[in-house]
Each structure stands twice: as C-alpha cells, then as structure tokens.
Design a binder for this molecule. Sequence first.
Ligand code: DGL
Length: 265
Amino acid sequence: MKERPIAFLDSGVGGLPYLSEAQKQIPDENFVYVADNENFPYGGKNFEQLKKVVISVIERIVDQFNPKTVVIACNTASVITLKSLRKRFGIPFVGVVPAVKPAAQYSQNGRIGLLATESTVKSIYTDDLIRDFARDCSVFRFAGVQIVDFVENRYYGADEDEIYKILSPAVEYFTRKQIDSLILGCTHFLFVREPLQKLMGKEIKVIDSVDGVVKQLGKILQDTSPAGGNNKSKYSRFYITGTSYSREKYEMFINAFDLEWGGSI
Ligand code: DGL
C-alpha cells in the first residue's frame, strides 16, 4: 500500500531547496511539490487575498493528494496564513519563517539584515519574531521583489552580470547598514545564496531556515506516523497550478532536483 505523501507548497520554485533537504534526511517518504504558478507572486498581495488564495490551493492539495503533512515552503504564505490553515485543516503544517532566532544568536554586532518579500517584511508575524528573539538587535529589512521574479523566470541561462545587477540594491543597502548576518527570508533566495555571499563578503553569515524546517518535519512525522511504513513505490513529483506556464522552464528545475513531472492541478 502506498503511503500518503508529504506536500510542499510555494508560489513557484522557491521551496525546492527545502524539499531537497527533506528528501535527503527523510528518504522513505513520498513527496508532492506544488508550485502555485497561477497565483505567483505571493509577495505584495493584500493579506486577506493571500489567505484566500492559499486556503483554496491547500483545499485542492488535500482533495487530490490526501497528504499526511503539509510544508508551507514559503515565508510569505507562512507568516500570513499559517494560523488560519492550522485552524481550518485537520493535518499538521510546517511553516518556513525567517530565521531571526539563529541570526540573533550568531550576531556579534547586533546588526542583522532580513531579505524577504514585501509582505514578509511588513507582516506582524515578522515584528513578533524580532520582538521575541532579537529584541536587543537592529534588524534591517529589505524587500527583494525583483530577485523573486528573477529566480522564478530567468534563473537558468542568466549570466553573472545579470545576477549581480539584480542583487546589488540589496547588497548596497545591507553593506551600508554594516550587518554581520543576513537572513534569507524568502525561499527563492536560496538559489542566489552563492553570489549573494560573494558580494556581501565572506565575513557575513548568510542564514536560512532549512535545518529548522526539516528537523520540525521529522519530529512531526515521528509523532504522527508509525515507524516502518510499507512504502514500495516511492515518488517525488512536481505539480503546478493553472495551465499558462512554460513547461520548458520548469523542466530545468525538475531535472536539477531529480523530480517527476506531475502536471497541472
Ligand atoms: N518564495 C516565497 C517566500 O518564501 C515568496 C515568493 C513570492 O513572492 O511569491 O516568501
């Protein structure tokens, strides 16, 4: 008997590095990844509108895949909708939220950068995270809207100059602020981690939420599923919402992350 999968959701390809680490650390599970291309981008949407969008795509995911757990592999969707999702659906959710606590623990000079979407930067959830875990630090926030679009639409085939040009407003801002640690508060930004690190300088610590998220997922699975499942036909499939997308573009990501193409939902 096949086991119920773990579902991952993001507005696009941003959550793939999170899925990849989960596959490595929890290899016996089935995974479905849903890129909500129909509603891309999530950042910048009105909060109420975003809640409706995410609830509706989760309803589709639950109907179609009956997942045992859902990872909201998107900071924007997590900070705005997690509470509503947990209230509404009877399955566990793991959120991806900015790694404010690890950054505050690491920072020597108490000056931290947060690179995220406009919605994450402005959310009350982010204010609360900073109040709870980085009270003594100065957290400088920058909305990297163009970086999200770049990763989703032009990542493969882009040359170094284009990448540097896209990153330079954020790099200039954070350099001026003399931060010593930088939080990648949007899952899409993991794709530009290397050039960002190069531009910021190796003394700046770049921090994401991957470890915490995969650990939390593992813990939930341990608590909810009995060990030793009979999972004979393992799969990791990539699905996309809507019909107006370039399959060719997503094919690059699917190949790079060794996924199967699942089609539209
Ligand atoms: N990847 C998403 C995040 O982590 C957001 C990208 C978007 O704006 O859709 O916030």
